[in-house]
Design a protein around this ligand. Sequence first.
Ligand SMILES: Nc1nc2c(ncn2[C@@H]2O[C@H](COP(=O)(O)OP(=O)(O)O)[C@@H](O)[C@H]2O)c(=O)[nH]1
Ligand SMILES: [Mg+2]
Length: 325
Amino acid sequence: MQPEPIRRRPDHNISMWGAPSSGKTTLLAALFIALTKRNDDWKIVGSDPASSDYLVEKTNALSRGKVFPEASTDLERYHWTLIGPAPQKTGPWSRKAKPGPPARIGLSMIDAPGGLFAPAGPDNLRREELLDDLERSRGIVFLFDPIREFTFGDAFDHMHAPLSRLAERMLASGEFADGKLPHHIAVCVTKFDDPRVLETADKRRLLTVDLDDPYQMPRVASENVRELFHELCQVSASGNADMVLNALDQFFHPDRIRFFATSSIGFYVDQRARRFDWDDFQNLVPGEAGEGSRIRGRLHPINVVEPMLWLGQRLAAIRPSTEIS
Ligand SMILES: Nc1nc2c(ncn2[C@@H]2O[C@H](COP(=O)(O)OP(=O)(O)O)[C@@H](O)[C@H]2O)c(=O)[nH]1
Ligand SMILES: [Mg+2]
């Protein structure tokens, strides 16, 4: 019998990318929680001890402490693996055939306190590592934080340098032949639970309710999130946010971009009423003096798992490989 390979490389790699405080760490912790609540057997596992500890610590802060994970003070690079359900044997003829191994998707993130590409940004090494991760990945989870955009208006600044450097690297390696990057990109408009974001979506009549959702929480269907993004750009502090949308269109194939209206914490739902209430939906409460914001009730992550699984499915369809090292 063939010995089982001890370590199997992920089939595909995804990188998380977003400006500082766009919600990367919270999204990751919410991903763990959201996966645990589902019953389809997808899970996330650290690929090294530091990444496992990071995940446990941030998830505990969010679920038990009801606080947002503390902002990072160190620049660190982390790696996890999303592991899919074990494939089922199908059909009577497959009695002897062993089902293949479950899908594995590598997920990497660089947690940077002040932004990697800020003018007075930290060391070059980490910038290059972010680029290494992006270059190796064929999937990107890109976080666009509308709240930060209202206040600082710097989403384009944070996007511009890594995107240019990535394009330069792909061009050099001959993977820019058709004038677009080869990546799929899940663009997550974060903090959808924030009243300013929800109300913008409501004013544009972009909200729908999923009939299967017992809480009847409002959502924006993926095909309408681009319009929400565009609308949110109009109130950007710098007026540059539309350039983010233009840059996405310039650099990525139109059929490889998908938008998601994401909230890691979701809306507050009263435990007795068990229904979304337009008069009382905020799950984020400002902290006491000197403290950060807190989370009021249960977490109801929205569109946290979906971007990852969409990327996983799309990548699997292009390159159904199971590399074994
Ligand atoms: N309203 C709301 N705020 C969020 C959400 N996720 C993160 N935040 C806020 O954004 C801050 C920064 O989030 P964090 O995950 O640390 O961002 P990172 O720097 O990209 O890792 C948090 O402290 C929260 O105040 C969310 O889903 N909804
Ligand atoms: Mg962080």
